[in-house]
Ligand binder design. Structure first.
Ligand code: SF4
Length: 468
């Protein structure tokens, strides 16, 4: 639908999955805005709906099929009043399932490596509807524009959407430093949907961070499926971190984080680079997945439990007080009760601040899909409940131990539960709320942590001056 007042066509976005998808959606929105489109906030008033998808779990894919069914019904109604709606599906599902999405009502499908097609798709829609200078051909209907899969020659070099995805006015930004993954963990579809690792040159990354600082960013997160294996020319990940630390010194960027870290590739030099440069937050997301060496080997993770615990010890020794978070999977094929108990003991030894916990989901096309010994759903669910319960205990204990301390926190916004409170994040990735004026949003402020409610610390801002 075209906005009656502005004459601009509207778009609506649905984004599922990881930070990389969120960053890519932000970049796609900028491309749309740059062509004169307007974000509507709902599908009712949009000419185009973009669904950026995730294939990591079956439930995530099912949800997208549900959304496609919803939009198919909406399209039908709108077609009756000659008010078409186009649906573009991009992201991992588009790479993995292509034509099946078209059968379920997607008008355009754009895989993760086919981003150049975006401009062409927009031009086709603009032409068909005669918007933004497009030549409307009254005979072109939605059906004639629809159902195109992107030809492979539309591939652009990687990172065509990585740059400038920081939205104006926002103080947190995500900077993709690499795409794809070479690891082929036996349960994971990412290497098939996003392709092999491609790294962005350090100069380009730093130039983008400098631009982000100029446009108001205070915190930057470097993104990649496995940032520790970053390699571009002579630069590896620790040298990239050192360069980022040098080049952000004296700028508005006060915090740098990075996601995700694979234990097999994290090096002593990476830990040193973090420890030597306070711009790197004292928090690390280090995906362990399991505590049993037998299962780690079957997962093709290529590290042992002992190596993981060594890394944890090295991190604590280099940066006392650092917090860790992780991903944990229960119910991998062949997981016995003893294997499962090893997850719990590893959690006890590591004590993560938080964890993303899930049960194994068979994904067709992966090595694990054909492995024998599928764990019955009720066993997987019972194990997952135990992991969640233990994690809840650890989270509570770690957060409670912080009561009484004073922390510098980035004020991120207004609390969703109480509009009189502001939501803040410490460099250890703890969430805290405190009463304060909205003018503090986007600034660093000192907060005294006073109590715990659920997983949220409650605190009190210490006296101004606040620091920008
Ligand atoms: S490291 Fe393993 S789990 Fe992570 S994206 Fe690569 S293959 Fe998937």
């Amino acid at each position: 639908m075209t906005n009656m007042e502005t004459g601009k066509p509207g778009y609506h976005f649905e984004t599922y999955g990881c930070q990389m998808n969120i960053a890519e959606s932000a970049a796609l929105k900028l491309a749309l805005n740059g062509r004169g489109w307007l974000e509507t906030g709902d599908a009712e008033n949009a000419l185009l709906v973009v669904i950026n998808t995730c294939s990591v779990r079956q439930t995530a894919e099912q949800r997208v099929f549900g959304r496609l069914a919803h939009y198919a019904a909406l399209k039908k109604q709108r077609r009756l009043r000659n008010d078409p709606l186009f649906v573009l599906v991009c992201g991992c599902m588009a790479s993995r399932l292509g034509g099946k999405l078209a059968e379920n009502g997607a008008d355009f499908i754009m895989g993760t490596l086919e981003r150049a097609a975006f401009t062409r798709i927009l031009a086709e829609i603009e032409d068909a509807r005669g918007v933004l200078g497009g030549q409307s051909d009254k005979n072109v209907t939605q059906n004639e524009v629809a159902r195109r899969e992107t030809p492979p020659e539309d591939c652009l070099p990687p990172f065509s959407f990585a740059a400038s995805h920081h939205e104006a006015g926002s103080f947190r930004a995500f900077v993709p430093i690499m795409h794809g993954c070479d690891n082929f963990c036996s349960y994971c579809v990412v290497p098939y949907t996003r392709g092999r690792e491609v790294c962005r040159p350090p100069g380009e990354i730093c130039a983008e961070i400098a631009a982000l600082a100029e446009s108001g960013a205070r915190e930057v997160t470097l993104l990649g499926q496995n940032v520790n294996s970053y390699a571009s020319g002579n630069a590896d990940f620790p040298s990239l971190l050192e360069r980022v630390a040098r080049e952000t010194a004296g700028t508005a960027i006060r915090r740098v984080r990075f996601l995700s870290s694979h234990p097999k590739d994290i090096s002593r030099r990476t830990i040193e680079a973090m420890a030597d440069n306070p711009v790197f937050c004292r928090h690390l997301h280090l995906c362990v997945q399991h505590g049993s060496n037998r299962i780690l080997a079957a997962m093709n993770r290529r590290y042992t439990r002992e190596r993981f615990l060594e890394i944890v010890a090295a991190l604590h020794s280099a940066m006392p007080g650092i917090t860790l978070s992780t991903d944990i999977m229960v119910g991998f094929p062949g997981e016995t009760d003893d294997d499962f108990e090893e997850i719990l003991t590893l959690m006890e030894e590591t004590r993560f601040l938080y964890a993303f916990m899930y049960h194994y989901n068979p994904r067709e096309g992966t090595t694990a899909f054909d492995m024998p010994g599928r764990v019955p759903p009720e066993v997987k669910s019972a194990r997952l409940r135990r992991v969640i319960e233990l994690q809840r205990t650890h989270t509570g204990e770690l957060l409670r131990s912080r009561i009484g301390s004073a922390e510098e926190a980035l004020v991120e916004g207004i609390s969703r539960r109480n509009s009189g409170e502001l939501l803040c994040r410490t460099e250890r990735d703890e969430t805290a709320v405190a009463e304060g004026p909205p003018s503090l949003i986007g600034t660093f402020a000192k907060i005294r942590l006073e109590s715990l409610s659920g997983n949220t610390l409650r605190g009190r801002f210490l006296t101004p001056p606040w620091r920008k």
